[in-house]
Design a protein around this ligand. Structure first.
Ligand SMILES: Cc1cc2nc3c(=O)[nH]c(=O)nc-3n(C[C@H](O)[C@H](O)[C@H](O)COP(=O)(O)OP(=O)(O)OC[C@H]3O[C@@H](n4cnc5c(N)ncnc54)[C@H](O)[C@@H]3O)c2cc1C
Length: 250
């Protein structure tokens, strides 16, 4: 049972509470809903971070993207830059839960919940995301691939708060998509998901006349304890025109 609940309005207040052992809650769609469903009891101490303005921004930086931890799935889907240049991320946020889930659920909560079935993970991984973790000792940056260690487990220390996620600028000629297998149209967790972020250069790649593929990043969701890239599938696309044979091999 939760013995202590506070609501922080500044990052400093949140850091003080977290250093004293409180767990952050952002949208609560994993932490609180999970407790109500009896999956896990609520932590003994909770600090709400949803009022902290400094964690809210979604902005372009040097052609890349900086997402504050509190950016909601709804805000990601609504952003034209994300839809045009980080399409796989928009694809994945667009199918998270219901309208209410997307309006309240945050990218920071999605990442830190560390579910191998979470939808935005493949896109963030393939776009080369780095997370910034803050503690009372300062900030450190961690490549997303080094954050998740298993279902619900990360390398973040208990006193660390995820404050932002940075995606570098994708090279010219990059396109991306995320698809998931599901048995219902809505409110379904991924049975399996696949992300592709592919960069195409000038000139013919193969008989299909397109390409060549100069960079290919493929990630699989919900098939292993952590979301991960699949080197063999990426290799099968490299240098090809991305035609049916290459896609079939991948
Ligand atoms: C009905 C329903 C449907 C859903 N469908 C999907 C779906 O289709 N796809 C999908 O991926 N997810 C789905 N989810 C899960 C959830 O909505 C997402 O994971 C959401 O992004 C979680 O964000 P949140 O802000 O609500 O997290 P919270 O519940 O607030 O937090 C989740 C966890 O992350 C920690 N945390 C939160 N923010 C931070 C931070 N900044 N730094 C450090 N730790 C932090 C919390 O302590 C907690 O352990 C669904 C949930 C529900 C209830």
């Amino acid at each position: 049972m939760t013995r202590s609940f506070t609501s922080a309005s500044t990052l400093d207040d949140a850091m003080t509470a977290i250093a004293a052992g409180a767990r952050p809650v952002a949208g609560g769609t994993d932490l609180v809903v999970g407790a109500r469903q009896g999956k896990k009891p609520l932590p003994g101490a909770i600090v709400a971070i949803d009022r902290i303005e400094a964690l809210r921004g979604l902005e372009e930086r040097d052609g890349g993207l900086r997402l504050g931890a509190l950016v909601t799935h709804e805000a990601i889907v609504a952003d034209e830059t994300v839809r045009a240049r980080f399409t796989a991320l928009a694809d994945s946020s667009a199918i998270v839960g219901s309208h209410a889930t997307r309006a309240n659920g945050t990218i920071g909560g999605n990442v830190m919940n560390a579910s191998p079935a979470m939808d935005t993970g493949g896109a963030l991984l393939c776009f080369g995301a780095t997370v910034t973790l803050r503690s009372e000792a300062g900030e450190r940056e961690v490549p997303l691939g080094d954050l998740w260690t298993g279902p619900g487990a990360t390398t973040a220390a208990p006193g660390e708060l995820l404050v932002a996620i940075d995606l570098p600028a994708p090279p010219a000629g990059t396109g991306s998509a995320y698809v998931r297998l599901e048995y219902r149209r809505q409110m379904e967790i991924a049975v399996v998901g696949a992300t592709a972020v592919v960069t195409v250069g000038d000139g013919p790649g193969d008989d299909s006349g397109a390409g060549p593929v100069t960079d290919a990043r493929i990630a699989i969701t919900a098939l292993a304890p952590t979301i991960h890239r699949v080197a063999e599938a990426e290799q099968a696309l490299m240098g090809t025109g991305g035609g049916d044979d290459a896609v079939g091999a991948a």
